[in-house]
Design a protein around this ligand. Structure first.
Ligand code: ARG
Length: 463
């Protein structure tokens, strides 16, 4: 059969497609990854076609058998594509019709590739987002375990990348873990909007045949069915939303990556990376590089690019289906794959790295890090905070000018004295901060329990 006659829409055409058109137009190379969903959608469709009396039981049986065979060919890599297979839908229909020539010609009854592609992509996205959310839970579980193991260890926390106040290491690790909880929540909320079946919208306006969109939605496990056929075939909000969720997740992973880059440097020395999760230099024998952390940082750019690129594609598209929409798949596939790999690598990196809590503590015990505690000591004695801030600020200034160490100056100060100087002994500052959600050991212990139950709840929700 010539390429031309095997084209689904060949009837209306005299000649075959130009090579240049085919190369730009064809999506089979990337949308074949949805073959499971495409075949699943076809099974539901022909089942429904039989139920409403459009297909005989025999025709339905022949098509279902042919679909099984095509699925097997696709899964085993034995499927042989032909030049006319412009996309996954075309390829599957072509092959089904080869296997079951008479019944196969009826598979596309009451259906268009426009509702079909939207159905496939929603099914694919549903499965993928659940899997990614589970991987996020996996990374959170690792962070929680490391936080648990960190015990009372503490480090300086930073603002402006300047040492600010000491906090427990567990509190710091959980800060990232809580941000990831919002990502899981966001993915779940997006899933609710992905979970709408567009099948039965036809090309754009439904059908004169007695098809049953509610039934196919049910068969495919969708929670909802479309309300408007025009919207059903043109809506790609779910792709944009998924790309946003993955971008923000990617931004969170990039912040974690950047911290690991800093922490593994000789200047910080807060962590040492496991060999399996570090790389070397081709020239400098002494190097051990945090490539995974850098890639976690770098991949966010690519994810944000996919989001802005796709929003730009959607912008200004008139109703309904336009071929521009074929640009939905590559960014989505790539974003999912990128996030999947990054989550797995960061999880491995966190599972295996060693925290150097003695280095962290040495930095955190810098007396200046207790300056806020000194001001709060004065507040407890009735000094207005602004005045207290000023008094301590003057002492810090004097210490920096070489008039004495800060502890000595504090001990000698009439409003502060030796009791206040105690606040600068190692570990005192962090232990003294006991408020809700704060960075001291007592608060962190409660936070760990809250996080554990919120993670358990998220796990139960995802099933
Ligand atoms: N490959 C197409 C896509 O990904 C499928 C829909 C084609 N529809 C059409 N009317 N040409 O969007």
């Amino acid at each position: 059969m010539s390429t031309h006659r095997s084209q689904l829409w060949a009837g209306r055409f005299d000649g075959g497609p130009a090579e240049a058109l085919q190369q730009l137009n064809d999506s089979f190379a990337f949308d074949r990854r949805m073959y499971v969903e495409d075949i699943q959608g076809s099974r539901a469709h022909v089942t429904m076609l039989h139920e409403v009396g459009i297909l005989t039981a025999e025709e339905r049986g022949q098509i279902l058998d042919a679909l099984d065979e095509v699925e097997e060919e696709m899964a085993s890599g034995r499927f042989e594509a032909t030049a006319g297979d412009e996309d996954i839908h075309t390829a599957v229909e072509r092959r089904v019709t080869e296997i079951a020539p008479d019944a196969g010609g009826k598979i596309h009854t009451g259906r268009s590739r426009n509702d079909q592609v939207a159905t496939d992509l929603r099914l694919w996205t549903k499965r993928e987002l659940v899997e990614l959310a589970r991987l996020v839970l996996g990374l959170q579980t690792t962070l929680l375990r490391r936080a648990d193991e960190a015990g009372d260890a503490y480090l300086p926390a930073y603002t402006h990348l300047q040492q600010a106040q000491p906090v427990t290491l567990a509190h710091h690790l959980l800060a990232h873990a809580w941000a990831l909880s919002r990502d899981v929540e966001r993915l779940s909320q997006t899933l609710a909007r992905v979970d709408v079946s567009p099948l039965g919208a036809g090309a754009l306006a439904g059908s004169s045949l007695p098809i049953d969109p509610e039934r196919t939605a049910d068969l495919l496990g969708f929670g909802n069915v479309f309300d408007n056929s025009l919207d059903a075939v043109s809506d790609r909000d779910f792709v944009a939303e998924a790309l946003f969720d993955l971008s923000l997740l990617g931004v969170h992973l990039s912040r974690i990556g950047e911290e690991l880059v800093l922490w593994s440097s000789a200047e910080f020395g807060f962590v040492s990376l496991d060999d399996a999760f570090s790389t070397g230099s081709s020239m400098m024998p002494q190097k051990k590089n945090p490539d995974i952390a850098e890639l976690a940082r770098g991949k966010a750019g690519r994810l944000i690019g996919h989001l802005t690129g796709f929003l730009t594609t959607l912008k200004g598209l008139p109703l309904t289906y336009n071929k521009d929409l074929q640009e939905d798949k590559e960014p989505l596939f790539d974003a999912c794959e990128t996030v999947r790999l990054t989550l797995l690598a960061l999880d491995g990196m966190f599972s295996t790295l060693a925290f150097r809590s003695e280095v962290m503590a040495a930095h955190a015990d810098n007396p200046y890090a207790a300056a806020t505690d000194l001001a709060e000591f004065l507040v407890k004695k009735g000094v207005p905070f602004r005045t207290a801030h000023h008094i301590v600020g003057r002492l810090v200034r004097a210490a920096l000018a070489g008039e004495g160490t800060l502890p000595d100056l504090v001990a000698a100060h009439e409003d502060l004295g030796p009791e206040a100087a105690e606040l600068m002994t190692p570990g005192a500052s962090v232990a003294n901060r006991t408020t809700h959600g704060g960075g001291g050991q007592e608060s962190t212990a409660k936070e760990l329990e809250r996080f554990r139950s919120s993670l358990d709840a998220a796990r139960r929700r995802l099933g």
